[in-house]
Design a protein around this ligand. Structure first.
Ligand code: NAP
Length: 321
């Protein structure tokens, strides 16, 4: 008999077809994720769960699924929606999809740095509002990149890939990553500094840490106040790392110049959120890994983890075994 699995959304065929060769797969068909209570019911009795960042996976859910559950395979990097401790005590391995989304997410981080720095959103709005009448010497002036300082918070896979891109723009690079050696940072031409130095000296700051108890709310009012008034903040990591109300206040009172977010808190923001109408804030809908090749590879890796788990083998890409 084939192992039973629940896949909590329609994922690219590259992964889905592989799963269906080996497993009896129940695939949640809707655009919106299954509500938690529905997920609990639907996952009852499965051997494997393939989930996304929009699914809360905690001890209650794992108990509802039952003791036969052999693997949690998340199609993402960043497993802050999963209670890893609850999985560990139940000896359920957790898989993720590191590496394959690094370049796409770094591309998007750099796109947002450029968009916020060169005021692309405002420029598009300017044309759409019929304001473009001639070449103007003092209109829509933005930030310079060459020679500017980029501070990277979290110099892991994606942070380093952003550093490599910044080198091509002749930027000076600072990084904050408490556990890293200076030599590892120097390999991508970044100088390791303490957090306050990074905040004080950076013209641009790009966030690439996981969401943990230490990074939740890291960019609060006090931290934003330590940035340059001309600085630009980009977050492609996780929404709750930046306090939304503090960011709104910083952007409307000149504490920092501009920001760009791929991730927000909550996701999505409510339609009446005042953040959505700020001219100096660019927001895109969590599309860091949204390129064709990347999503295929993520689906394939998540499938490999799921299949390994349900057939009793170690996960090839494990957060914890
Ligand atoms: P990674 O290779 O694990 O890099 C994370 C880096 O952050 C590591 O070097 C880590 O250091 C460091 N770090 C941890 N806590 C820190 C802290 N308090 N202060 C400063 N640095 C800290 O992960 P990645 O692949 O680069 O991904 C990073 C994050 O990006 C993920 O966790 C996820 O939340 C997010 N992400 C977003 C998207 C998107 O679509 N927007 C796509 C993929 C990933 P240690 O290893 O020493 O702890």
């Amino acid at each position: 008999m084939k192992p039973k699995v629940l896949v909590t959304r329609v994922i690219p065929d590259a992964g889905l077809k592989r799963i269906q060769q080996v497993c009896e797969a129940d695939i949640w068909p809707e655009v919106m994720p299954p509500p938690y209570s529905v997920l609990k019911e639907r996952a009852r009795g499965v051997d494997g769960l393939l989930c996304l960042i929009t699914d809360r996976v905690d001890g209650d859910l794992l108990d509802a699924i039952g003791p036969q559950l052999k693997v949690i395979s998340q199609m993402a990097v960043g497993v802050d929606n999963i209670d890893l401790n609850a999985a560990r005590v139940r000896q359920i391995p957790v898989g993720h999809t590191p590496g394959v989304l690094t370049e796409a997410t770094a591309d998007l981080a750099f796109a947002l740095l450029l968009a916020a720095g060169r005021r692309l959103l405002e420029s598009v709005e300017y044309i759409r509002a019929g304001k473009w009448r001639t070449w103007e010497p003092t209109t829509l002036l933005g930030a310079d990149f060459s020679g500017a300082t980029l501070g990277i918070v979290g110099l892991g896979r994606i942070g380093k890939a952003v550093a490599r891109r910044a080198a091509g723009f002749d930027m000076r690079l600072l990084a904050y990553n408490p556990t890293m050696t200076a030599d590892e940072a120097a390999a991508v031409h970044a100088r390791l500094v303490d957090f306050d130095t990074l905040l004080r000296e950076s013209d641009f700051i790009s966030i690439h840490t996981p969401l943990t108890p230490q990074t939740r709310g890291l960019f609060n009012r006090d931290v934003l106040a330590k940035m340059k008034p001309t600085a630009i903040l980009v977050n492609t990591a996780r929404g709750p790392i930046v306090e939304m109300e503090a960011l709104y206040n910083a952007l409307t009172t000149g504490v920092i110049r501009a920001a760009a977010l791929d991730v927000t808190d909550p996701e999505p923001l409510p339609p009446d959120s005042p953040l959505l109408s700020l001219p100096n804030l660019t927001i895109v809908p969590h599309i860091g890994s949204a390129s064709v090749w990347t999503r295929d590879q993520m689906a394939l890796m998540a499938a490999e983890n799921l299949i390994a788990g349900v057939t009793g083998r170690p996960l090839p890409h494990a957060v914890s075994q």
